[in-house]
Each structure stands twice: as structure tokens, then as C-alpha cells.
Design a protein around this ligand. Structure first.
Ligand SMILES: NC(=O)c1ccc[n+]([C@@H]2O[C@H](COP(=O)([O-])OP(=O)(O)OC[C@H]3O[C@@H](n4cnc5c(N)ncnc54)[C@H](O)[C@@H]3O)[C@@H](O)[C@H]2O)c1
Length: 375
């Protein structure tokens, strides 16, 4: 078994694990073990041992995940897996300081590493049976978006997680901006939502697989999906979608088969509208995703790390800042951890990933047929 690493010196957002009773895998701790001073009544019960975390896919976004994971003392990152062994080795050396085992095949990692949880950061085309295999072994899962390229695979993943009863979280980090919690509260007290306008503007060729539609799924599926998911999270059940897509500025770029401009209109069950636009022809080096939500009693604008909420249902307009809060990536990991420890749901279980997947795939169906698609 791998040697234990020292907890990170970075300031943890949750409390370090204390040793109390004998190890129990990942079930919520018994009441006696959860007893704590009154000062921290909301903290999750502490695990009786550090939870063994594996990292599957050690590329670009995995850097953000490992930086979050090493801030969480309850996790011990014990396994790094990548088909390119050198990528996993770099992570084990740089972030694990030599602690943890390197794997090239996730099947072997799941068999040997005795994981409690896994963080999956593979590119869209690589998703196959890893979620099913992890779930069967009782391993909790954080998986980057998009969870799959087809509704069939996304549905199988969600079914496997449900059957196994493991916790799951999809990396829709925009749900973890602090201001979104406030917007949810306001929707409950002053709603309903009327219209959501979201943009996703960038200008980059990204990884080589990104520009190939059969590998990434396209800009909507791979990237703008963040806006589709947040729109769903705030506006409820979508019932119809209509989209246009085109490749206008990248026709001479080799293997560039994804769109570089898109516009999508979504009608929700309530009658509210979502309008989502995206392009890969905006400002090089910048990823801009501003949004506006108009509800009956308030309007909120955010983007670029700030924003403002305007309350419109009083005699006078009142404003308050839209807070982006701390690292949304750390937030999604802590939410999964607390779901495991308290045996509660996460904010974005994998079934949510499958629902948002249906929406983005329907947007492409609409763009291909030129007709609205019912959901
Ligand atoms: N939440 C976000 O904001 C965000 C940001 C960037 C990327 N992502 C998502 O994260 C995923 C990964 O993106 P990336 O930019 O890190 O890609 P990347 O190409 O930089 O890294 C992917 C890694 O996975 C490895 N890999 C591929 N197939 C594998 C397999 N079968 N087994 C093990 N390892 C395998 C690759 O060798 C590579 O090291 C994508 O789905 C992407 O959409 C999310």
C-alpha cells in the first residue's frame, strides 16, 4: 500500500480528519464520532480514515482538480492514471511529492488501488465504462463535463451510479459560484424566472481533439454546456430547443470540424426562455461567460468575477453584489465530500449531467435539421 502523505499546508476549507473509531469505508460516521464542539455545528461528520482518491486523466483540467484535492485533508490522493504514463508520473511527482501509485489503465487502478473516490478528467471521446466499473466497486465519482458524447452512454452512467448508490458530482462548476445560491433563494421568494441570456466567448484551438466533432462533441457539447447547465439549473425543465451553428472562420484549419458560432433558444416548461450564444472567434486568451437572468422581482448580471443583483419589485430599486465566492472547483469537491460523509445528495449528481447532455445534443439535432426539437 502506498505511503501516507502529509496533509497539505494550504488552508483547508473543511476540518482535518481526527482519528477516533476504527475505519469504516465511506458511510456517514456514527453519531458518537460526529460529536463536536458547538462552534462547528454545520461541519460534516469527520471520516475515520482519510478517503483514498484516484485521479483518472492527468491533463489540463486535472491540474485544477489536484490543486483542490490537496487542500482537503480528508482526501489522500493515492493513485494517478493516464494512458500517457508520463502525464500521470508528472502529477505523482509534482503534486503527490512521490506519494501515490501510477497507472496507465483505469481497470487496473480500480482493481488494485482500493479507492473510495475517483476524479475523472478524461476527454469526452475517452468515456467508456469507467463510471460503471467505479460504481460497481462502490467508488464515489467526480466527473468532468461532458460526461459522454451520447445520451445512451450518459444514461448508462447515471443508471449505474443510481444502482450502486454511490455519490457523484459533475464538474459544472458555475453552479458553485456563491451568487448562484443567492439567485436560487431569490427565485424561490421573488420568481419566477423570465429569461436567461448566457454567452460563452473564446478564441483558441485548444487540445488537438477539441476541434474534431467526433472527439469533443463540438463547442456546445464540450464548452458552452456550462451555460446550458446553469440555465437548466435556474429555469427548470426545458421543453423545446432551437439552434443554429456554423463554422465561419476556421474552415481552413486542419481537422476543425466543430462550429465556431452558435445561437440557441430554449423554451422551458414555465414559458421562460433561455438564450445562449457562443463563439470561438472572440478575444484570444480570454474565456468570457457573462450572463443575465431576469426574474419577476429581480434582475442579475454577472461575469468576469463580479456582478450585481437588482431587486425590482419594491418601490425603489435595491442593489446588492453578485458574489462569485471562492474556488468553484474546490466547492464541487467539498460538496461531494460532504455528500459522502453525511449521506446526502450532491448539487450536481450524474443524472443532472445526463439531463444537460440531452439538451445540448438536442441543440445540435435542431441545428442539423433546421427545426425545433421537443424534449
Ligand atoms: N469544468 C471546466 O471548466 C473544464 C475546463 C477544461 C476541461 N474540462 C473538461 O475536462 C475534460 C478533460 O479536458 P482537458 O482539457 O484536461 O483534456 P487534456 O487533453 O488536457 O487531458 C486529458 C488527459 O486524459 C488522458 N486520457 C485520455 N484517454 C484516457 C484514458 N482512456 N485513460 C486515462 N487517461 C486518458 C490524456 O492522456 C490526457 O492526459 C474534458 O471533458 C473537458 O471538457 C472542464
Amino acid at each position: 500500500m502506498a505511503k501516507k502523505s502529509k496533509p497539505s499546508k494550504a488552508k483547508p476549507k473543511s476540518k482535518p480528519a481526527k482519528k477516533s473509531k476504527p475505519a469504516q469505508k465511506t458511510k456517514p460516521a456514527p453519531k458518537a464520532a460526529a460529536k463536536k464542539p458547538a462552534a462547528a455545528p454545520k461541519a460534516a461528520p469527520l471520516p475515520e480514515k482519510r478517503l483514498r482518491m484516484g485521479l483518472l486523466g492527468c491533463g489540463g483540467i486535472a491540474n485544477a482538480h489536484i490543486k483542490s484535492l490537496i487542500q482537503i485533508p480528508e482526501y489522500d490522493v493515492v493513485a494517478y492514471c493516464d494512458v500517457v504514463r508520463a502525464n500521470a508520473e508528472r502529477f505523482q511527482k509534482e503534486y503527490g511529492k512521490g506519494h501515490g501509485t501510477v497507472y496507465e489503465d483505469y481497470r487496473v487502478m480500480f482493481e488494485q488501488a482500493k479507492l473510495d473516490a475517483v476524479t475523472i478528467c478524461m476527454p469526452p471521446f475517452a468515456h467508456k465504462d469507467e463510471v460503471m466499473l467505479a460504481a460497481e466497486r462502490g467508488i464515489h465519482i467526480l466527473i468532468e463535463k461532458p460526461i459522454a458524447l451520447t445520451n445512451e452512454l450518459a444514461g448508462q452512467m447515471a443508471a449505474a451510479v443510481q444502482k450502486a448508490g454511490v455519490k457523484s458530482q459533475v464538474g459544472f462548476h458555475m453552479r458553485f459560484m456563491k451568487g448562484i445560491e443567492r439567485v436560487k433563494e431569490l427565485l424561490a421568494s421573488k420568481g419566477p424566472a423570465i429569461q436567461y441570456v448566457g454567452r460563452y466567448f473564446c478564441n483558441s484551438l485548444h487540445s488537438p481533439w477539441w476541434r474534431m466533432k467526433d472527439k469533443s462533441g463540438g463547442q456546445i457539447v464540450e464548452q458552452i454546456i456550462h451555460q446550458f447547465d446553469l440555465c437548466r439549473y435556474l429555469l427548470g425543465k426545458p421543453v423545446q430547443v432551437f439552434a443554429y451553428t456554423a463554422n465561419l472562420a476556421h474552415r481552413d484549419v486542419e481537422n476543425y470540424t466543430v462550429e465556431d458560432v452558435s445561437g440557441t433558444l430554449i423554451r422551458f416548461e414555465t414559458g421562460a426562455l433561455g438564450i445562449i450564444t457562443g463563439t470561438n472567434c472572440a478575444i484570444p486568451g480570454k474565456w468570457l461567460a457573462p450572463s443575465t437572468l431576469v426574474a419577476k422581482g429581480f434582475t442579475v448580471d454577472w461575469g468576469g468575477g463580479s456582478g450585481e443583483i437588482t431587486i425590482t419589485d419594491g418601490k425603489e430599486l435595491k442593489t446588492e453584489p453578485f458574489e462569485t465566492g471562492g474556488s468553484p472547483n474546490l466547492g464541487e469537491h467539498l460538496d461531494l465530500l460532504h455528500a459522502i460523509l453525511k449521506n446526502r445528495a450532491t448539487r450536481t449528481p450524474i443524472g443532472e449531467g445526463a439531463e444537460t447532455q440531452k439538451l445540448v445534443i438536442a441543440a445540435y439535432q435542431s441545428a442539423e435539421t433546421g427545426k425545433p426539437v421537443d424534449l
